[in-house]
Design a protein around this ligand. Sequence first.
Ligand code: ATP
Ligand code: MG
Length: 585
Amino acid sequence: MLNRFFSERDKQNLNWFWNSYIRSRAKWLLLVFFLIIFQGFVYQQFLVLTESGLRVIFANGTFRELIWVCLAILIIFSVRAFTSFVIPTISAKLSTSALFELRHDLTQHILRLPQSYFDKKSSGDLILRLVNQVQELSTFVGQTTVKAMRDTATVVIVSGYLVYKNILLFSIALVVIPLIALLMIAVVRRVRKIQALAETAIGKFIANIDEMKTGMRTTKMTAQEEAEAQRISGSANLIRAYTYKLMRTHALTPPVIDLSSAFVYMLVVGGGGYMALSDQFDMDGASIIAFLIGLVIVFDPARNVAQFFTQLQSSLILLESVHSIFDVEAEQLNSGPSYNDNSKPVAIKLENVNFNYTSNSATLKNITMDFEPGTKNAIVGSTGSGKTTILSLIGRLYELGSGTIKFNGDDISKLSISSVRDQITIVSQDIVIFDQSLEDNIRYADPLATREMIIEAAKKAKIDKLLLERKESPVGPNGSQLSGGQKQRIALARAFLKPASILLLDEATSALDSVTEASVARSLNKLGENTTTIVVAHKLSSIEDADTIFVLDDGNLVEFGTHSELLKKKKHYAAMVNAQNKKSQ
Ligand SMILES: Nc1ncnc2c1ncn2[C@@H]1O[C@H](COP(=O)(O)OP(=O)(O)OP(=O)(O)O)[C@@H](O)[C@H]1O
Ligand SMILES: [Mg+2]
């Protein structure tokens, strides 16, 4: 029976959640549990008191006796009211702190996931899990579960008392249980299926909104507002459909339980009435009425407990979705020996490197390249030929298919990832700008940098004037209040702020005007002899002075040499240079 409600995986998820986030708070949970049991006894005492109150009335007792009963009722309910405040307070503290810890762990883990994970996941998917699903889990743990515990305690204690009062009458009430169990099994199955679909729809919707924001400029300029609105309302409509189905399924439980309860009342009134009228049973009117009130008290919480099981199914889906992030193996940033040859420039060697992003494509084919220490090198080639991929592999963003990459003879796949990346400064094609001041954006490369160091770096990247102009004002989400060239200069300033022994420039000056570009290039050249530089550039005039130029074509290294050597060969590079010269004429 239990397996119908919980799969093996659910049990693992619950175990994980309990051990990681609840167990350490078990003593608070125990206190909540104790208070809940206490609350359950309040109802049982209420029944006892009601029965004696009724007896006082029926048996013409004294007014004084009645007042005592009333006072006792007032007292026990005041105590219940107090616990009703304490329980949610403790459980809110418990659930919010547990879920904070979960969010913290998730963020730590996600930040260490390999790049290939992020290539596949939309931001909507991550927002959904970290924001919505964790929040819903928090509500489930802090409110839904605590209420269900309280209701279960009420059901158990009051039912226990009813059994004690009249087991025969209580057994009559149990005839409806199989019916309710069947209903629950059907509902649970449906809820699981729809909840999973609803979650996917919400993730898609968030991703759509993210894309809407990012693509707003293009949408406006191409007057695609209507198409965009339809695309987004398409996914909103899916959420509507699934949420409606989900609610309708959840709504199946209460009517069945209500009907069952009517059925039970009917049986109990009939059976109890018969017992009261008959001499064979030791039941008077007061005990029948108290029994009925007891049933009324039990039914509402019983209905909630039944509904809890369907809500639990939804939460198990959320738990699975959140827990599964931890199944993706994180990068071990610090495992393996460190690369600490910091004193001398780095020789980078690629030997027979093969690499695919997906199983059905070969992105890099048997690449062997030598980047001499302290030299300036260039990689050129048509769009999609694999230039950025080579830089990514040098930074160990992806694991190689085969072959090796070595820094001064050390295979980087054996070294600790963080020590490899510490050697690298990169200005990439896609620049990340945060909605903070220009200064803070540059400081991102080195959080400990002083203002003087930042201004110095800004000067080299020719962004110092803007830095003084904009002062503390934030530059907009994703740097939306900056021009393309200004963003690029921030990225360059970061590189100047924290130079490392390897400098990777991926189209790093493509958005700059020629005067600025020439000046920045001079500063980059000055970065020193200790730096091994690899420049990826489409504008060939900017890399003519490179010590070695590597030419890629569709993932193959087709030729390499200096500018003049390659021109003499009159093959790929020469053709590219000719084409560019023709264009500029
Ligand atoms: N994350 C990824 N997943 C799958 N394929 C990818 C991924 N990134 C790049 N590719 C593919 O790998 C190939 C090489 O891409 P890469 O970014 O290295 O090209 P590139 O030479 O830098 O091009 P460009 O000059 O346009 O920047 C392309 O065909 C591209 O579509
Ligand atoms: Mg590229």
